[in-house]
Write a protein that binds this ligand. Structure first.
Ligand SMILES: Nc1ncnc2c1ncn2[C@@H]1O[C@H](COP(=O)(O)OP(=O)(O)OP(=O)(O)O)[C@@H](O)[C@H]1O
Ligand SMILES: [Mg+2]
Length: 589
C-alpha cells in the first residue's frame, strides 16, 4: 500500500483511490463471505415469508368472515401469527450474525490502525494532534461499525422487501399498483431534500465535536493544565471551549430538528398514500374490479413498499458518510512507515557495541535546514563519548538517530559494522538503551513502570536496578513503596527522581550501547550527584553516549565532542580540549 514518500498524490490519483476504496472495503469482508451469505439468505427468506400475510388477510376478509368459516379462520389466524413469529426469529438470528461480522471487521481495523500507527516515526506524532488519533480510532471506527452493519443489512432487507412487495401488489391489483407508483416521485424528492440538510449538519457537528475533544485533551491533561495555569491561558481555553460548546448547541438543535422534519415528512407521506388508494379504488375505472379484502390487503402492503424504498434512499446518505469514515481510516493505514523493518535483517552475534557515525546528515521532515550535517564519530566498544554544545545544536537529534527514531538523510550509522537500517528493530532496541531528556512514566505503579522495560524481571531484579540507579531508598520511603502510583506521566516525582527511575528502567534492559540525554532543567547538586552515580553504575562496561549540560559530569569521558549547528566542532579528551584553547576550553573555563 506504500506510496512513494515525499510525493503528493495528484487529483487523478485521489479519484482513483476513492474508486479503489469500495473494492477495499469489500475486501475487509471477504473472510466473512459465508456469514454474509447466510445473512442475505435469511433476509430473502423472511421477506418472502412476510409476503404471505396480506394474502392471509385477504382470505380472512373475503372468505372466512363472510362465510362464517371458523375452521378456515382459525387456520388463517394461526398462519398470520406463524408468519410474524418466523420473521421475528429470523430477524434475531440475522442481527446476531451481522453484528458479529461488523464487530470482527471493526476489531481488525482498530488493531491494524493501532499497530500501524505504532510503527510510525516520531515525526508523525509531532505533526498530529493527540485528540485526532484517539478520535479516529474510537469514534470513526465505532461509527463505521454501526453504519456497516446497519447499512449493509438494510440494503439487503429493503431491497428484497421492496421487490417482494411490488410483486405481491401487482398480483393483487395492477391498477392500484400504478396509482401507488405515481405518488412515489414527490415523496422521494421530499425525503431527499431533508436528508441532504441533515447530512450537512452532521458533518459540521462531527468537526465541532473533534475540536471539542482536542480542547479537552489540551486543556485537561496534566501537562496542558500546568501550561494553562502557568501561562494564565485558562480563561482563553475556557473561552475556546465555551465557543465550541455553544456552537454545538445550535448544531445539535438543528440536527435534531432536521431529524424531526424527516419524520414529519414521512408521516405525511404515509398518511397520504392509503388515502389516495381508497380514492382510486372508488374511481370509475377501478370500481368493482376488486374485493374489499384485496383493497385492505393492498393498503397493508403498500406501506411495506414505501418504507423500504425510503430506507434505500437513506442508505445512499449513510453510505457516503461511511465512505468518508473509511477514507479517514484508510488514510492512516496508508501512511508510509518511514522507519522500515529491513527485508532481510542482519544479526550481530554477541554485540560489542562499537558505534560509528559515517558522514551523517539529517534534516527533520519538512525542515529546510539540516539539523545534523556531515557528522562522523567513532566510539569503540566499551568507551564513553560526551556530547556538549549549545541548546539547539543537535545533540538530542544525534541521540534520536542512534535509537533509529529517524533515519539519516545521508551517510550511515553502524553498530559493530552493521548499518542500523539492516538490523531488525527488535535487535536494535535490545542493543541500544536510551534515557531521554524528558522521561515518560506510565500511569501505573512504580514497579510496573520498571517492569515495562523487561516484563519477565523478578521483583529482586527490579529492586537491584533501582538500587543501582540510586532511587531505591526514595521508592521504599513512598507510602506504598514499589506499588505507589506514579501519577499521570510521573508528575508525582521530581525531574531528578524521574530520570533515576528511567535509568533503573534502562538498567533492566541491560543494553550494550547506552544513550543518556541529561535533563536540561538544573538539578540541585545532591540530586545531580545521585543521577551521576546512577549513570556511572549504568555505564560500567558499556558503550555510552552522554549528552551533558553540566561539564562537571563528563571530565572522565574517553572522548568529548563539541557540537555546533549540527556539526562536530572539536573532539578530544578533557585535557586535550582544554589545552587546545577552543570552544570547549571557553565553556570549561
Ligand atoms: N521534531 C523536530 N522537528 C523539526 N525540527 C526539530 C525537531 N526536533 C528538533 N528540531 C530542531 O533541530 C535542531 C536540533 O535540536 P536538538 O533537540 O537536537 O537540540 P539539542 O542540542 O538537544 O538542544 P538542547 O540542549 O536544548 O536539548 C533545533 O534547531 C531544533 O529546533
Ligand atoms: Mg536536547
Amino acid at each position: 500500500m506504500a506510496r512513494p514518500s515525499g510525493k503528493k498524490p495528484t487529483a487523478a490519483e485521489k479519484a482513483q483511490a476513492r474508486e479503489v476504496s469500495l473494492r477495499r472495503i469489500g475486501s475487509l469482508f471477504t473472510t466473512h463471505r459465508v456469514s454474509l451469505g447466510i445473512v442475505v439468505l435469511i433476509i430473502v427468506v423472511s421477506s418472502i415469508v412476510a409476503m404471505a400475510s396480506p394474502f392471509l388477510l385477504r382470505a380472512v376478509i373475503d372468505d372466512a368472515l363472510p362465510h362464517a368459516d371458523v375452521r378456515l379462520l382459525v387456520w388463517l389466524v394461526i398462519g398470520m401469527v406463524a408468519v410474524a413469529a418466523v420473521t421475528a426469529a429470523l430477524g434475531v438470528v440475522q442481527t446476531w450474525i451481522s453484528t458479529a461480522v461488523g464487530q470482527k471487521v471493526m476489531h481488525r481495523l482498530r488493531v491494524d490502525v493501532f499497530t500501524h500507527l505504532q510503527r510510525q516515526s516520531i515525526g508523525f506524532f509531532t505533526r498530529t494532534r493527540t485528540g485526532e488519533v484517539q478520535s479516529r480510532i474510537t469514534n470513526d471506527i465505532g461509527g463505521m461499525e454501526a453504519v456497516v452493519t446497519s447499512t449493509a443489512t438494510s440494503i439487503a432487507s429493503n431491497l428484497t422487501t421492496a421487490v417482494a412487495t411490488a410483486v405481491a401488489m401487482a398480483a393483487l391489483s395492477w391498477q392500484l399498483t400504478l396509482v401507488s407508483v405515481i405518488v412515489l416521485p414527490p415523496a422521494i424528492y421530499l425525503s431527499r431534500r431533508v436528508a441532504q440538510m441533515r447530512r450537512e449538519i452532521t458533518a459540521q457537528r462531527q468537526r465541532e465535536l473533534a475540536d471539542l475533544n482536542v480542547t479537552i485533551e489540551e486543556g485537561l491533561s496534566i501537562s496542558g493544565v500546568q501550561l494553562a495555569k502557568t501561562m494564565g491561558t485558562a480563561p482563553a481555553l475556557i473561552e475556546r471551549f465555551t465557543g465550541s460548546s455553544t456552537r454545538l448547541i445550535d448544531l445539535e438543535l438543528r440536527s435534531e430538528l432536521a431529524g424531526r422534519w424527516r419524520m414529519a415528512s414521512m408521516s405525511i407521506v404515509f398518511a397520504a398514500i392509503p388515502a389516495v388508494i381508497y380514492l382510486a379504488a372508488g374511481l370509475p375505472f377501478t370500481r368493482g374490479t376488486m374485493s374489499i379484502g384485496t383493497l385492505v390487503a393492498f393498503t397493508a402492503l403498500q406501506a411495506g413498499l414505501f418504507r423500504p424504498l425510503m430506507g434505500l434512499l437513506n442508505v445512499g446518505v449513510q453510505l457516503t458518510s461511511s465512505l468518508a469514515l473509511f477514507a479517514r481510516i484508510f488514510e492512516y493505514l496508508d501512511l508510509t512507515v518511514d522507519i522500515q523493518e529491513p527485508a532481510s535483517p542482519r544479526k550481530i552475534k554477541d554485540p560489542g557495541g562499537h558505534l560509528r557515525f559515517e558522514d551523517v546528515t539529517f534534516a527533520y521532515p519538512g525542515a529546510d535546514q539540516a539539523a545534523i550535517a556531515g557528522v562522523s564519530l567513532d566510539v569503540p566498544a566499551g568507551t564513553s563519548l560526551a556530547l556538549v554544545g549549545e541548546t539547539g545544536s543537535g545533540k538530542s537529534t544525534l541521540a534520536a538517530l542512534i535509537a533509529r527514531l529517524y533515519d539519516p538523510t545521508a551517510g550511515r550509522i553502524t553498530i559493530d559494522g552493521v548499518d542500523l537500517r539492516d538490523l531488525a528493530l527488535a535487535d536494535l532496541t535490545a542493543i541500544v538503551g536510551v534515557v531521554s531528556q524528558e522521561t515518560y512514566l506510565l500511569h501505573t505503579s512504580v514497579r510496573e513502570n520498571l517492569r515495562y522495560a523487561r516484563p519477565d524481571a523478578t521483583d529482586e531484579q527490579i529492586e537491584a536496578a533501582a538500587r543501582a540507579a540510586q532511587i531505591h531508598d526514595r521508592i521504599a520511603a513512598l507510602p506504598d513503596g514499589y506499588d505507589t502510583q506514579v501519577g499521570s506521566r510521573g508528575h508525582r516525582f521530581s525531574g531528578g527522581e524521574k530520570q533515576r527511575i528511567a535509568i533503573a528502567r534502562t538498567l533492566l534492559r541491560d543494553p550494550r550501547i547506552l544513550v543518556l540525554d541529561e535533563a536540561t532543567s538544573a538539578l540541585d547538586n545532591e540530586t545531580e550527584r545521585a543521577v551521576q552515580r546512577a549513570f556511572d553504575e549504568l555505564a560500567r562496561g558499556r558503550t555510552t553516549v552522554t549528552i551533558a549540560h553540566r561539564l562537571s559530569t563528563i571530565r572522565d569521558a574517553d572522548q568529548i565532542v563539541v557540537v555546533d549547528h549540527g556539526r562536530v566542532l572539536e573532539t578530544g579528551t578533557h585535557d586535550a580540549l582544554v589545552g587546545a584553547g577552543g570552544r570547549y576550553a571557553a565553556l570549561a573555563g
